[in-house]
Design a binder for this molecule. Structure first.
Ligand SMILES: O=P(O)(O)OC[C@H]1O[C@H](OP(=O)(O)OP(=O)(O)O)[C@H](O)[C@@H]1O
Ligand SMILES: NC(=O)CC[C@H](N)C(=O)O
Ligand SMILES: [Mg+2]
Length: 500
């Protein structure tokens, strides 16, 4: 679930992109990168690590210019080496650098097609390098001396025709401006912001609105599914719907887990959606278990806090912080390997015994994916003297892979895959388990924007809007299960990063 940013400003953008990336760090912890342009030349820095590790003073000084794009990576394709850090760059036509959030499901076919048909060589296993080359190839068709909106929009139409899957994209054309677009299903988010200053109007595109508002930009609007925006270096803004099949099928997991609560996605306040998830979950508990004996509701920090608090209020039960989170450890779920994820739950969360001793505790998390967190957490509650340990998940059971930008490629790694609710409860060691109903989860979001009627809920339903074949999933699981990822982790193609 990478994070992307693009800024076209009247002043240098390096510090603002850096600050914006810091705000979006929760979307990708693997690598960070930035490309800037002064209208003549491109400057680029990308490397494995967190934002604070990747950019030092000397790199920032070199990233000059008033426009640029930034990226945070959480890999869903290829390996996790420096050479797959983004933005990717291609010099023809015009010099394009591109940052991608999402995942292409026909990357394999496109890679072959790019060589056979277009004589373009792809040097990494990243689907984003493929996406960049498709965009470049489509733009090249017009052979214009400099880029105009018509050519950009025609190129995006070409991308929509050739690429399948999820993609929110911000690209920079070195001499001409910034382009943003969202796939025809709008699976991944992209929002536009604007800021007036004495020097003129500055524009920013980002995965989440929190990156805009923290830099003083006002939210203008979300980019629509299938729509493209071209902001020229002179500050003209052009937009066009580039797909005749565009519909909203936004990823529901953005609201459940990925996005920051202080972001607004497709006009829905994530914080409020999570509150409603907690409320609906409490109603389900009261329905299926009217005589419950819950003494206290305890959230699993960080993400579930918002819904757990609202759940406690609706249940009329005290809410207590029972696990203290080490603020210097990042998100566990988006770490690359199971060993690392497991180890970090214990290092990250420590129980406060006094909140557990002799009590019936209801632990609340936003989701149970591999069960790494819940297993450890339930055990910690027992070790701290809880009488009974109940567990509630603000989202339904996750039984199917994600193929749109969340790294959950192997069904067998999901704890609820092929298991009933009671079996999952047993597996995580809980005395009772309550899952949110899918309709209640959807209701929690649509209450914020009734125009959103459809979502990508594939991890709960196994239904994929882009219609992939059975063999795609078999192949994906074989290529990207946890064991395979370990082998690929250090696969370096051309290492363009500095060694420090
Ligand atoms: O069942 P699992 O495979 O463990 O995945 C689910 C857990 O992972 C996430 O937490 P994470 O630590 O990544 O981030 P957070 O601090 O934002 O909650 C999520 O909030 C759940 O707690
Ligand atoms: N999570 C994402 O959005 C990943 C983007 C891209 N597929 C990559 O692996 O780099
Ligand atoms: Mg969590």
């Amino acid at each position: 679930m990478c994070g992307i940013i693009g800024i076209l400003s009247n002043t240098p953008v390096n510090q603002e992109i850096y600050d914006g990336l810091l705000v979006l760090q929760h979307r990708g912890q693997d690598s960070a990168g930035m490309a800037t342009s002064d209208g003549k030349r491109l400057y680029i820095r990308r490397k494995n690590g967190l934002v604070t590790d990747v950019f030092r003073k000397e790199h920032m000084k070199r990233l000059v210019g008033n426009m640029g794009v930034g990226h945070l990576r959480y890999p869903t394709a290829g390996g996790s080496s420096n050479s797959e850090a983004q933005p990717f760059y291609v010099n023809s036509p015009y010099g394009i650098s591109l940052a991608h959030n999402g995942n292409l499901t026909n990357a394999h076919e496109l890679k072959k097609e790019l060589y056979k048909q277009d004589r373009r060589h792809i040097n990494t296993s990243s689907d984003s390098e493929i996406l960049l080359n498709i965009f470049a190839q489509e733009l090249q068709k017009y052979k214009a001396y400099s880029v105009h909106p018509e050519e950009v929009f025609a190129a995006v139409e070409g991308v929509h025709k050739r690429c399948v899957g999820a993609y929110a994209v911000i690209a920079m054309i070195t001499r001409d401006g910034i382009v943003g677009f969202r796939d025809p299903n709008g699976i991944r988010p992209l929002v536009l912001g604007k800021r007036e200053s004495e020097q003129g109007t500055d524009y920013m595109l980002a995965s989440e609105s929190v990156a805009l508002v923290t830099q003083g930009y006002a939210i203008v609007r979300d980019i629509e599914p299938g729509e493209a925006i071209f902001i020229t270096k002179d500050g003209e803004v052009h937009t066009k719907q580039c797909s005749d099949k565009a519909t909203y099928n936004s990823c529901i997991f953005e609201y459940v887990y990925f996005a920051r609560p202080d972001s607004v996605i497709d006009k829905v306040y994530v914080h409020k959606a999570r509150m409603r998830m907690g409320h609906n979950l409490a109603e389900k508990v009261m329905k299926v278990w009217p005589d419950h004996d819950i003494d206290v509701v305890i959230p699993i920090p960080d993400t579930s806090r918002t819904s757990a608090l609202e759940m406690a209020i609706t249940l009329g039960v005290p809410y207590r912080e029972g696990y203290i989170k080490n603020r210097y450890i990042g998100r566990t779920f988006i770490m690359p390997g199971q060993k690392q994820r497991k180890k970090s739950v214990r290092r990250k969360l420590n129980p406060l015994d006094i909140e557990f001793k002799g009590k019936n505790v209801m632990l609340v998390d936003d989701s149970i994916v591999r069960g790494t967190t819940s297993k450890e957490i339930v055990q910690m509650a027992r070790d701290s003297g809880a009488k009974n340990v109940y567990f509630a998940s603000a989202s339904p059971a996750i039984r199917y892979p994600n193929i749109y930008g969340i790294d959950m490629p192997a069904a067998k790694e999901l704890i609820a895959h092929g298991r009933t609710e009671a079996e999952v409860a047993k597996e995580i060691g809980a005395d009772r388990l309550v899952y949110q109903e899918l309709d209640d989860l959807i209701d929690a979001i649509t209450k914020g924007n009734s125009k959103l009627t459809q979502f990508d809920c594939s991890v709960f339903t196994g239904k994929y809007i882009t219609g992939e074949s059975e063999s795609y999933f078999t192949d994906l699981e074989a290529r990207r299960n946890d064991g395979k990822k370990k082998d690929k982790a250090n696969m370096v193609a051309i290492d363009m990063s500095d060694t420090d």
